[in-house]
Design a protein around this ligand. Structure first.
Ligand code: C2E
Ligand code: MG
Ligand code: MG
Ligand code: MG
Length: 285
């Protein structure tokens, strides 16, 4: 970098030089602070799950995606985009991911008990690191048992970042999950670099069309046809399709015309705390 300045260190004697870039230094300090705060956040119960509706082709809310939020003591409500990458780098995603799964199962248990919500399916994001962990399946089984929930009511969202180097492990874990009744979807489909022949070997049951493809529906005809292609791929692989990031009616109409099975996006509801989500679902409303 051009703005790196070299300073002579006053304290450490002659001929000692440090590369010192104030901006980089600040970034490192910020990162370190965020990391230790993230560490504490788990025990201090600063995380919360928000819920975003997933609707079927009739517009009925049949499920939700659980999305984590961090109530940072100074920064306030913090988006996962600001801390999940750091959590993944530092391994903190493992305890965070466990917390998310437990919280999600506890919520399913509550929904399961009420006639009006007993069929709601909750989707949970699982990071690659978490999925590859040896204890992943045993912890998941423990959660299902502890909360005594129907495994069909839990779904996992994985991205193409799951490792290509461990194909056997991935296939075997996904197969076990499928047998258990826990379905898995490929999140952000189309944004990764995995080959279709690789994906075709994996027993996913659902594919999520990334928001970037949905965004341009109606604007650029090329993206309209990409959506058609993705829906075609899903149907060829006998997978369900859900589109994410649906904000406009023109997108909804196009996606339904393409036989997309489910939709998720601000058009149907933003991610909200559980109280608001439950209120939105309340019958006679
Ligand atoms: P994702 O799993 O692809 O989740 C969809 C993201 O798109 C969410 O962002 C959601 O709020 C946003 N979204 C949904 N509909 C719309 C829309 O119509 N317009 C716009 N502009 N955005 C929409 P969010 O909640 O900020 O989460 C970002 C990402 O963080 C997630 O992407 C997921 O990769 C990750 N994430 C969230 N919660 C968890 C978690 O519990 N565990 C892990 N490992 N990752 C998580
Ligand atoms: Mg997701
Ligand atoms: Mg996504
Ligand atoms: Mg995403």
């Amino acid at each position: 970098r051009a703005d790196i300045a070299m300073y002579e260190s006053k304290n450490s004697g002659r001929n000692t030089f440090h590369f010192f870039d104030p901006e980089m230094q600040l970034a490192i300090a910020n990162r370190a602070a965020l990391e230790s705060e993230l560490h504490r956040a788990i025990n201090r119960e600063q995380f919360e799950l928000y819920y975003q509706a997933q609707v079927n082709s009739k517009g009925q809310t049949v499920g939700a995606e659980a999305l984590i939020r961090w109530h940072h003591p100074e920064r306030g409500l913090t988006s996962p985009l600001e801390f999940i990458p750091l959590a993944e780098e530092t391994g903190l995603i493992l305890p965070i991911g466990k917390w998310v799964l437990e919280k999600a199962c506890a919520q399913i248990e509550l929904w399961q008990k009420k006639a009006s919500t007993k069929d709601l399916v909750l989707s949970v994001n699982v990071s690659a690191h978490q999925f590859h962990q040896v204890e992943f399946l045993s912890h998941l089984k423990m959660c299902l048992q502890e909360y005594d929930i129907n495994p069909n009511l839990l779904q996992l969202e994985l991205t193409e970042s799951i490792s290509l180097n461990h194909l056997d492990e991935v296939i075997s874990k996904l197969s076990i999950l499928k047998e258990m009744g826990v379905e898995c979807s490929i999140d952000d489909f189309g944004t990764g670099f995995s080959s279709l022949s690789y994906l075709a070997q994996l027993p996913f049951t659902k594919l999520k069309i990334d928001k970037s493809f949905v965004d341009n529906i109606g604007n650029r005809s090329a993206d309209n046809s990409l959506v058609e292609v993705i829906v075609g791929i899903a149907s060829h692989m006998r997978m369900e399709v859900i589109a994410e990031g649906v904000e406009e009616e023109i997108q909804e109409r196009f996606l339904l015309d393409q036989n997309c099975h489910m939709l998720q996006g601000y058009l149907f509801g933003r991610p909200v705390p559980i109280k608001e989500f439950d209120a939105m679902l309340a019958p006679n409303k």
